[in-house]
Design a protein around this ligand. Sequence first.
Ligand SMILES: [Mg+2]
Length: 292
Amino acid sequence: MSEPQNIIAVVYDFDHTLSPQYMQDQTILRHAGIEPQEFWDSCTALIKERGYDQELAYMKRMLEHDAIRSLSNRDLQRMGAQLSFFPGIPECFGELNAIVQQPKYREWDVHLEHYVVSSGLEAVLAGSEIAKWTKAVWGCRFDEEDGHISFPKRTISHTQKTQYLFRVNKNLLDADQDVNDHMPEEARRVPFRHMIYVGDGPTDVPCFTVIKKNGGLAVAVYNPDDPTRRSFKKCYDLTHHADRVHFMAPADYRSGSQLRLILEQHLTEIADGIVERRRQAIAATRVAAPPP
Ligand SMILES: [Mg+2]
């Protein structure tokens, strides 16, 4: 069955894309009184010396602390309220939605959806301000035993993140559904050309590549207040040296910013394209009445 393909999706990374800090630093580590640099150094040691995956390394290190191991997923979710964001988040979500809510698009049932896919913790994101604006948030998950987080249940590495772009594309939002099932292009709910991916660095390269190769828009953002300029340099390299993204812009989501102009311009172009295609499809089904 063919889909109307009237949906536009913006998919965001979280750490350093929507928020200037790592989510763990602002929530769980602060709760447990752990110094973030020491914590991340101890994770790097696991990765380098014992071959751990990045996500399993931080989840293991967390479970080594009593103050963290005693938490439940519900506790993690509550901590989501402490997350901080770049300027313009979360207002930006509603303001972008307003673009497709104009009568000229509503008449053709054009919709905008927001998704977040992160290698951080899904429970924390689910309790944050952004959750109410997103159709889905995906991240790593802890299992629970006796009301305490116990073991990693699911991890999302930067290469696995691309799987979630296909979940949006095919509308297989439940992680239990097999995303590899074949689906013809016309049966896909959100074609890649209707998708925008916003990320901040090398860990987003697989997603940028999938999006760009399939006709979507890839946007890299950087923290303009980072005095080390590392954040800017990551974006500069992605844009200029690696040709991974279409645009780079400061992570300022407020109305009138460069990022907002890029997002709004592209959204409008996609929405106009959807209207045009739907109009043509209807015109093609109309058979001219015979002359009297
Ligand atoms: Mg990031």
